[in-house]
Design a protein around this ligand. Structure first.
Ligand SMILES: [Zn+2]
Length: 337
Protein backbone atom coordinates (compact mmCIF):
# COMPACT_ATOMS: atom_id res chain seq x y z
CA UNK A 1 0.00 0.00 0.00
CA UNK A 2 1.42 3.41 -1.00
CA UNK A 3 1.17 6.02 1.74
CA UNK A 4 2.02 9.71 1.89
CA UNK A 5 3.90 10.90 4.96
CA UNK A 6 1.59 13.04 7.12
CA UNK A 7 4.52 15.32 8.05
CA UNK A 8 6.64 15.93 4.95
CA UNK A 9 4.02 14.79 2.39
CA UNK A 10 6.61 12.66 0.63
CA UNK A 11 5.51 9.39 -0.94
CA UNK A 12 8.82 7.60 -0.33
CA UNK A 13 7.41 5.44 2.46
CA UNK A 14 7.27 1.75 3.33
CA UNK A 15 5.23 -0.56 5.51
CA UNK A 16 7.02 -1.76 8.64
CA UNK A 17 7.29 -5.40 9.65
CA UNK A 18 5.27 -6.81 12.50
CA UNK A 19 2.47 -5.77 14.73
CA UNK A 20 1.10 -3.11 14.97
CA UNK A 21 1.11 -2.20 11.28
CA UNK A 22 3.21 0.94 10.87
CA UNK A 23 4.30 3.12 7.97
CA UNK A 24 7.73 4.72 7.80
CA UNK A 25 8.89 7.80 5.89
CA UNK A 26 12.35 7.56 4.33
CA UNK A 27 12.55 11.36 4.02
CA UNK A 28 11.79 12.65 7.53
CA UNK A 29 11.89 9.39 9.56
CA UNK A 30 8.29 9.73 10.72
CA UNK A 31 6.45 6.54 11.73
CA UNK A 32 2.69 6.35 11.96
CA UNK A 33 -0.25 3.98 12.19
CA UNK A 34 -3.42 4.06 10.20
CA UNK A 35 -5.63 3.66 13.20
CA UNK A 36 -8.43 5.62 14.76
CA UNK A 37 -9.54 5.55 18.35
CA UNK A 38 -13.31 5.61 18.88
CA UNK A 39 -14.54 9.20 19.26
CA UNK A 40 -15.75 8.54 22.79
CA UNK A 41 -12.43 6.99 23.87
CA UNK A 42 -10.97 9.95 25.79
CA UNK A 43 -14.40 10.84 27.15
CA UNK A 44 -14.12 7.84 29.47
CA UNK A 45 -10.50 8.19 30.66
CA UNK A 46 -9.80 9.48 34.15
CA UNK A 47 -6.77 10.06 36.34
CA UNK A 48 -4.59 10.76 33.31
CA UNK A 49 -1.87 12.47 35.27
CA UNK A 50 -2.39 13.10 38.95
CA UNK A 51 -1.69 9.54 40.07
CA UNK A 52 1.49 9.04 38.08
CA UNK A 53 4.83 8.73 39.88
CA UNK A 54 7.57 11.28 39.12
CA UNK A 55 4.97 13.95 38.41
CA UNK A 56 7.06 16.68 40.03
CA UNK A 57 10.07 15.72 37.92
CA UNK A 58 7.99 16.14 34.78
CA UNK A 59 6.47 19.45 35.81
CA UNK A 60 9.82 20.86 36.95
CA UNK A 61 11.27 20.07 33.52
CA UNK A 62 8.31 21.71 31.76
CA UNK A 63 8.30 24.80 33.96
CA UNK A 64 12.02 25.26 33.36
CA UNK A 65 11.33 25.13 29.61
CA UNK A 66 8.56 27.73 29.53
CA UNK A 67 9.42 30.12 32.37
CA UNK A 68 11.36 32.50 30.13
CA UNK A 69 8.27 33.00 27.97
CA UNK A 70 5.95 33.86 30.88
CA UNK A 71 4.80 37.46 31.36
CA UNK A 72 2.20 38.86 33.76
CA UNK A 73 -1.24 39.29 32.24
CA UNK A 74 -0.67 36.68 29.51
CA UNK A 75 -3.31 34.30 28.24
CA UNK A 76 -2.06 30.73 28.10
CA UNK A 77 -3.78 27.76 26.50
CA UNK A 78 -2.79 24.21 27.42
CA UNK A 79 -4.15 21.60 25.02
CA UNK A 80 -4.59 18.34 26.93
CA UNK A 81 -4.32 19.87 30.40
CA UNK A 82 -5.46 16.64 32.20
CA UNK A 83 -6.30 17.55 35.80
CA UNK A 84 -4.73 21.01 35.43
CA UNK A 85 -1.89 20.37 37.88
CA UNK A 86 0.80 21.87 35.65
CA UNK A 87 -1.35 24.92 34.92
CA UNK A 88 -1.83 25.42 38.67
CA UNK A 89 1.95 25.52 39.09
CA UNK A 90 2.31 28.05 36.26
CA UNK A 91 -0.39 30.21 37.83
CA UNK A 92 1.63 30.28 41.06
CA UNK A 93 4.50 31.95 39.19
CA UNK A 94 2.64 34.98 37.83
CA UNK A 95 -0.77 36.60 37.55
CA UNK A 96 -2.00 35.27 34.22
CA UNK A 97 -5.01 33.60 32.62
CA UNK A 98 -4.65 29.86 32.06
CA UNK A 99 -7.17 28.08 29.87
CA UNK A 100 -7.20 24.32 29.31
CA UNK A 101 -8.62 21.88 26.80
CA UNK A 102 -9.33 18.43 28.20
CA UNK A 103 -11.77 15.94 26.65
CA UNK A 104 -11.67 13.47 29.56
CA UNK A 105 -13.63 13.78 32.84
CA UNK A 106 -10.36 15.02 34.38
CA UNK A 107 -11.58 18.38 33.09
CA UNK A 108 -13.78 18.59 36.20
CA UNK A 109 -10.74 18.67 38.50
CA UNK A 110 -8.92 21.01 36.10
CA UNK A 111 -11.83 23.46 36.29
CA UNK A 112 -11.12 24.01 39.98
CA UNK A 113 -7.45 24.72 39.26
CA UNK A 114 -7.49 26.77 36.04
CA UNK A 115 -9.40 29.83 34.83
CA UNK A 116 -11.44 27.98 32.23
CA UNK A 117 -11.46 24.45 30.85
CA UNK A 118 -13.09 23.40 27.57
CA UNK A 119 -14.05 19.80 26.81
CA UNK A 120 -14.25 20.36 23.05
CA UNK A 121 -11.36 19.83 20.62
CA UNK A 122 -9.15 22.75 19.53
CA UNK A 123 -10.71 22.69 16.05
CA UNK A 124 -14.09 23.62 17.56
CA UNK A 125 -12.71 26.28 19.87
CA UNK A 126 -13.56 29.84 18.86
CA UNK A 127 -11.57 31.97 21.30
CA UNK A 128 -9.38 35.08 21.08
CA UNK A 129 -5.78 34.02 20.35
CA UNK A 130 -3.30 33.26 23.14
CA UNK A 131 0.22 34.42 24.05
CA UNK A 132 1.44 30.91 24.74
CA UNK A 133 -0.02 27.62 23.49
CA UNK A 134 1.22 24.43 25.14
CA UNK A 135 0.69 20.84 24.06
CA UNK A 136 2.63 18.24 26.05
CA UNK A 137 2.23 14.68 24.77
CA UNK A 138 -0.93 15.36 22.80
CA UNK A 139 0.00 15.43 19.12
CA UNK A 140 1.03 11.78 18.94
CA UNK A 141 -2.56 10.86 19.93
CA UNK A 142 -4.17 12.71 17.01
CA UNK A 143 -4.91 11.14 13.66
CA UNK A 144 -4.90 14.19 11.36
CA UNK A 145 -1.89 16.03 12.75
CA UNK A 146 -1.56 18.60 9.93
CA UNK A 147 -5.14 19.75 10.41
CA UNK A 148 -4.71 19.80 14.19
CA UNK A 149 -1.60 21.99 14.00
CA UNK A 150 -3.45 24.45 11.75
CA UNK A 151 -6.00 24.91 14.56
CA UNK A 152 -3.29 25.36 17.19
CA UNK A 153 -1.73 27.97 14.90
CA UNK A 154 -5.08 29.77 14.62
CA UNK A 155 -5.16 30.05 18.43
CA UNK A 156 -1.74 31.80 18.53
CA UNK A 157 -1.34 35.59 18.66
CA UNK A 158 1.16 36.94 16.06
CA UNK A 159 4.01 36.93 18.63
CA UNK A 160 2.87 33.84 20.52
CA UNK A 161 5.04 30.84 21.26
CA UNK A 162 3.74 27.34 20.55
CA UNK A 163 5.43 24.64 22.62
CA UNK A 164 4.92 21.06 21.45
CA UNK A 165 6.35 18.03 23.23
CA UNK A 166 6.03 14.43 22.02
CA UNK A 167 7.80 11.13 22.66
CA UNK A 168 11.06 11.10 20.73
CA UNK A 169 11.10 8.21 18.28
CA UNK A 170 14.79 7.48 18.71
CA UNK A 171 14.72 8.40 22.38
CA UNK A 172 13.93 4.90 23.48
CA UNK A 173 16.19 2.42 21.71
CA UNK A 174 14.62 -0.53 23.55
CA UNK A 175 11.35 -0.14 21.66
CA UNK A 176 11.39 -0.89 17.95
CA UNK A 177 7.97 0.62 17.75
CA UNK A 178 5.82 2.47 20.23
CA UNK A 179 2.97 0.01 20.81
CA UNK A 180 0.97 2.33 23.08
CA UNK A 181 -2.49 2.08 21.53
CA UNK A 182 -3.15 5.81 21.88
CA UNK A 183 0.08 6.77 20.09
CA UNK A 184 -0.72 7.00 16.38
CA UNK A 185 2.48 8.88 15.53
CA UNK A 186 6.15 8.46 16.39
CA UNK A 187 7.96 11.72 15.69
CA UNK A 188 11.56 12.32 14.77
CA UNK A 189 13.12 15.73 15.25
CA UNK A 190 12.88 16.20 11.46
CA UNK A 191 9.24 15.09 11.13
CA UNK A 192 7.95 17.38 13.89
CA UNK A 193 10.00 20.32 12.61
CA UNK A 194 8.76 19.81 9.02
CA UNK A 195 5.14 19.48 10.16
CA UNK A 196 5.36 22.78 12.05
CA UNK A 197 7.23 24.48 9.21
CA UNK A 198 4.58 23.41 6.68
CA UNK A 199 1.95 24.98 8.95
CA UNK A 200 3.71 28.37 8.72
CA UNK A 201 5.52 28.14 12.05
CA UNK A 202 9.19 29.01 12.56
CA UNK A 203 11.26 26.79 14.84
CA UNK A 204 12.94 28.81 17.59
CA UNK A 205 14.30 25.95 19.62
CA UNK A 206 14.37 22.15 19.53
CA UNK A 207 15.58 19.94 22.36
CA UNK A 208 15.45 16.32 23.47
CA UNK A 209 15.79 14.49 26.79
CA UNK A 210 12.65 15.88 28.38
CA UNK A 211 11.10 13.70 31.06
CA UNK A 212 7.50 12.54 30.61
CA UNK A 213 7.58 9.20 32.43
CA UNK A 214 10.00 6.37 33.11
CA UNK A 215 9.28 4.89 29.67
CA UNK A 216 9.07 8.14 27.71
CA UNK A 217 12.04 9.62 29.52
CA UNK A 218 13.54 11.16 26.38
CA UNK A 219 10.91 13.39 24.85
CA UNK A 220 11.28 15.86 22.04
CA UNK A 221 10.24 19.49 22.54
CA UNK A 222 9.98 22.17 19.88
CA UNK A 223 9.28 25.83 20.53
CA UNK A 224 7.86 27.63 17.51
CA UNK A 225 6.21 30.88 16.58
CA UNK A 226 4.19 32.13 13.65
CA UNK A 227 6.38 32.90 10.68
CA UNK A 228 6.51 36.68 10.32
CA UNK A 229 5.50 38.20 6.99
CA UNK A 230 8.00 40.48 5.24
CA UNK A 231 5.72 43.42 6.11
CA UNK A 232 5.77 42.49 9.82
CA UNK A 233 9.57 42.19 9.71
CA UNK A 234 9.88 45.57 8.00
CA UNK A 235 7.69 47.25 10.63
CA UNK A 236 9.60 45.58 13.47
CA UNK A 237 12.93 46.71 12.01
CA UNK A 238 11.72 50.29 11.55
CA UNK A 239 10.56 50.39 15.17
CA UNK A 240 13.97 49.12 16.30
CA UNK A 241 15.75 51.81 14.28
CA UNK A 242 13.42 54.41 15.81
CA UNK A 243 14.07 53.11 19.33
CA UNK A 244 17.87 53.31 18.91
CA UNK A 245 18.11 56.42 16.72
CA UNK A 246 15.57 59.11 17.50
CA UNK A 247 15.38 61.78 14.78
CA UNK A 248 17.81 62.34 11.88
CA UNK A 249 21.03 60.30 11.99
CA UNK A 250 24.22 59.69 10.06
CA UNK A 251 25.14 56.32 8.57
CA UNK A 252 28.83 55.48 8.68
CA UNK A 253 29.89 52.73 6.28
CA UNK A 254 28.17 51.90 2.97
CA UNK A 255 29.71 48.47 2.29
CA UNK A 256 28.12 45.02 2.27
CA UNK A 257 26.38 45.22 5.65
CA UNK A 258 24.86 48.57 4.72
CA UNK A 259 23.58 47.19 1.40
CA UNK A 260 22.12 44.05 3.02
CA UNK A 261 20.67 45.37 6.27
CA UNK A 262 20.10 49.13 5.97
CA UNK A 263 19.72 50.18 2.33
CA UNK A 264 16.40 48.29 1.81
CA UNK A 265 14.86 50.62 4.43
CA UNK A 266 16.74 53.77 3.40
CA UNK A 267 13.71 55.59 1.98
CA UNK A 268 11.85 55.18 5.27
CA UNK A 269 14.62 56.16 7.69
CA UNK A 270 15.42 59.79 8.69
CA UNK A 271 18.96 59.62 7.30
CA UNK A 272 20.82 62.95 7.23
CA UNK A 273 24.04 61.79 5.55
CA UNK A 274 25.97 58.75 4.32
CA UNK A 275 29.66 58.61 5.23
CA UNK A 276 32.52 56.27 4.52
CA UNK A 277 36.26 56.54 5.08
CA UNK A 278 37.04 54.72 1.81
CA UNK A 279 37.85 56.94 -1.18
CA UNK A 280 36.23 54.25 -3.39
CA UNK A 281 32.86 54.80 -1.72
CA UNK A 282 33.03 58.58 -1.45
CA UNK A 283 31.19 60.36 -4.26
CA UNK A 284 28.74 57.46 -4.88
CA UNK A 285 25.09 58.47 -5.00
CA UNK A 286 22.79 56.18 -2.96
CA UNK A 287 19.14 57.18 -2.82
CA UNK A 288 19.08 60.92 -2.22
CA UNK A 289 22.55 61.03 -0.68
CA UNK A 290 26.09 61.44 -1.94
CA UNK A 291 28.59 59.46 0.17
CA UNK A 292 31.24 61.66 1.78
CA UNK A 293 33.94 61.50 4.43
CA UNK A 294 32.61 62.06 7.96
CA UNK A 295 32.70 65.78 8.76
CA UNK A 296 32.51 66.29 12.53
CA UNK A 297 32.03 70.04 12.17
CA UNK A 298 28.89 69.65 10.05
CA UNK A 299 27.42 66.49 11.60
CA UNK A 300 28.63 66.59 15.20
CA UNK A 301 25.17 66.90 16.76
CA UNK A 302 23.65 63.91 15.00
CA UNK A 303 23.71 60.31 16.22
CA UNK A 304 25.67 57.87 14.06
CA UNK A 305 24.82 54.34 12.97
CA UNK A 306 27.92 52.27 12.19
CA UNK A 307 26.62 50.10 9.33
CA UNK A 308 29.55 47.69 9.30
CA UNK A 309 30.09 44.75 11.61
CA UNK A 310 33.62 44.01 10.40
CA UNK A 311 34.95 47.55 10.86
CA UNK A 312 32.71 48.60 13.78
CA UNK A 313 35.58 48.65 16.32
CA UNK A 314 37.92 50.83 14.30
CA UNK A 315 35.12 53.20 13.17
CA UNK A 316 33.96 53.65 16.76
CA UNK A 317 37.54 54.38 17.86
CA UNK A 318 37.97 56.95 15.10
CA UNK A 319 34.65 58.67 15.92
CA UNK A 320 35.51 58.87 19.63
CA UNK A 321 38.89 60.38 18.71
CA UNK A 322 37.01 63.02 16.69
CA UNK A 323 35.00 64.01 19.75
CA UNK A 324 31.77 62.07 19.10
CA UNK A 325 30.06 61.07 22.35
CA UNK A 326 29.89 57.33 23.10
CA UNK A 327 26.10 57.45 23.55
CA UNK A 328 25.65 58.99 20.08
CA UNK A 329 27.11 55.89 18.40
CA UNK A 330 24.83 52.96 17.54
CA UNK A 331 25.98 49.68 15.98
CA UNK A 332 24.05 47.21 13.83
CA UNK A 333 24.00 44.57 16.56
CA UNK A 334 21.97 46.94 18.77
CA UNK A 335 19.28 46.94 16.09
CA UNK A 336 19.41 43.36 14.85
CA UNK A 337 20.58 41.68 18.08
ZN1 LIG B 1 8.08 12.29 5.97
Amino acid sequence: MEMTCPCCKNGDTYEGIGDPCTFHCRTCAHVWRNATLPTAYYGCCTGRNDNLPDLEKKYTDRLKGIVRYLRPGQRILEIGCAEGAFGAQVKQQLALTYVGIEPSPDAEIATSRLDRVHRIPARELDLAPFDLVLAFHVLEHIEDIASEISHWRRLCKPNARLIVEVPHRSGNPLLNNDRHQEHLHQFSLASLAILLDHAGLSIIEASTGHFESTVYCDSLRIIAQLEATSEQNRKELLSRFAACLAGPFVIYGVGGDFRNYVEPLLGELPVAALCDSSAKQQGKVIGQHRVSAYDPAALAKLPILIASTRHAGEIRKSLLAQGVMQQAIVSLDQIYG
